[in-house]
Design a protein around this ligand. Structure first.
Ligand code: MG
Length: 465
């Protein structure tokens, strides 16, 4: 073992060929098959992103499921949200997605989806882990092996479901004839995004749309990785640029001048598209996002008359809170948009359609929409996780009297127009510090206070305009 293996709430992740092996993957798939059988006797949907190890692990997943008597519906190479939709479509017992999302090319992972199309909650995740560690999983004998059938239509159904949403005015978007530059980083996006955008009447200028998993750049759709897309926007004179991560649950935008605007704007635009239209098909109630999501989303919710509800970081937290408070839209600041009417999962094809709906309805360009609302600066830093975190939290609370304090996921302090979130990483031995304020100086000051409380000498910070 190289130590890369990570078991978390929503799945397992590791370096291909070191810790993540077909043997381990088959074992977890078998454990999942046993776990879901307690509630549901139906098949399990399997899909994978474009990584080169995907077909190998997909066969291991299928074998593991079959070995405990689970039937398998194989969707092949598809986005993660397509698998979540397929679980609901087939009324399946659950789903397994083979994807390491935005992680570099060396990694792969399994994500586990419950029968409701939502990732496992912590309790189910713990049960899965306990089953996988059990030496004697109940395997089927010669007449108890599950069967495999393929589902070649999952992506087509996904596109049709997005186009059928009342909040996506397909005719209006088609009427605008947008020109869209598209970067799929050679991930699963190439299997859905060009077709979806074409169906919306867009002229698509694509790069990295071959879904062969050979990422030509770091695959996370953050501004520093989107210079190529910015060049393509300028060269092609596109109205906007759209980038998705390898498993197509996150979407980031580049404006008409080729400048990446930051992933938080994706959810802010989607909120305005859904809740801010003249004749709202959805009554504004609550918008749900995580504790580290930008104030641009809070502003969008307030402008549309909706309350903002924040949750701990993670898609499952946001999805479950949306269900419990009855929110029509939510998501995460990393470019993940969830519309309850479609399904409770982050969905980049949905996000693209909502952004185009907003652009078509407002007649404004991406840069104009950004300029129309207050701007903030986000500053991020990391601190080694060593000392007494609770003592550091208490020191910060003493220093920040008067702030609104939230301790559900690390600690978060909020004031009007600014916040600081100090949060232990779930995957690395470090603490993440993130602050947002109207100026870089003010955001740096908040992060600096947290570094001092943690006794961190690290002064490296990243700034997101
Ligand atoms: Mg992803």
């Amino acid at each position: 073992m190289s130590g890369s293996m990570m078991v978390s709430v929503s799945g397992i992740r590791g370096l291909v060929g070191l810790d993540l092996t077909p043997e381990l993957v088959a074992r977890y798939a078998a454990a999942f098959g046993v776990l879901v059988r307690e509630r549901h006797n139906g098949p399990v949907v399997v899909g994978r992103d474009a990584r080169t190890s995907g077909p190998m692990f997909a066969r291991a997943v299928q074998a593991g499921l079959q070995s405990v008597g689970r039937d398998v519906i194989d969707c092949g190479l598809v986005p993660t949200p397509t698998v979540q939709l397929a679980v609901e479509h087939h009324r399946a017992a659950g789903g397994i997605v083979i994807t390491a999302s935005h992680n570099p090319i060396e990694w792969n992972a399994l994500k586990f989806v419950g029968q409701d199309g939502v990732f496992l909650d912590p309790e189910q995740g713990a049960r899965l882990r306990a089953l996988a560690d059990q030496p004697d999983l109940p395997r089927g004998s010669w007449d108890g092996v599950g069967e495999v059938e393929t589902d070649p239509d999952a992506t087509r159904r996904h596109i049709a479901a997005v186009l059928a949403l009342p909040v996506v005015d397909v005719e209006r978007i088609r009427g605008r004839g947008f020109s869209v530059a598209l970067d799929c980083v050679r991930g699963a996006g190439g299997t859905i995004m060009p077709e979806l955008l074409s169906a919306l009447g867009c002229r698509v200028v694509g790069m990295n749309t071959e879904p062969d998993g050979r990422f030509p750049r770091p695959p996370e759709p953050v501004p520093e990785n989107l210079s190529g897309l910015g060049d393509l926007v300028r060269r092609s004179g596109a109205d906007l640029g759209v980038a998705v991560d390898p498993d197509v649950d996150r979407l980031a935008l580049v404006d008409e001048r080729g400048a990446p605007i930051g992933e938080d704007y994706t959810l802010a635009f989607a909120v305005r598209a859904v809740l801010g239209t003249a004749v709202p098909p959805y009554r504004p109630t609550a918008v749900v996002c995580n504790l580290s999501t930008s104030l641009v989303v809070e502003d969008a919710a307030r402008d549309c008359g909706a309350e903002l509800v924040r949750t701990p970081v993670g898609e499952a937290h946001v999805a479950r809170a949306m269900a419990s408070v009855g929110a029509v839209i939510g998501g995460e600041g990393n470019g993940g948009v969830i519309l309850r009417a479609l399904h409770l999962g982050r969905d980049a094809p949905l996000a693209a359609a909502l952004v185009l709906h907003l652009l078509a309805g407002s007649g404004q360009r991406v840069g104009e929409l950004v300029a129309a609302a207050p701007r903030y600066i986000i500053v991020k830093a990391k601190a080694p996780r060593g000392g007494d975190l609770d003592a550091a939290y208490r020191a910060l609370e003493d220093g920040f009297k008067g702030a609104q304090v939230d301790r559900r996921d690390g600690i978060r302090f909020a004031w009007p127009g600014r916040w600081l979130h100090v949060r232990p990483s779930g995957t690395e031995p470090l603490v993440r510090l993130i602050a947002e304020a109207p100026s870089e100086g003010a955001a740096r000051e908040l992060v600096g206070a947290a570094q001092a409380a943690l006794g961190s000498k690290e002064r490296t910070v990243t700034c997101v305009a």
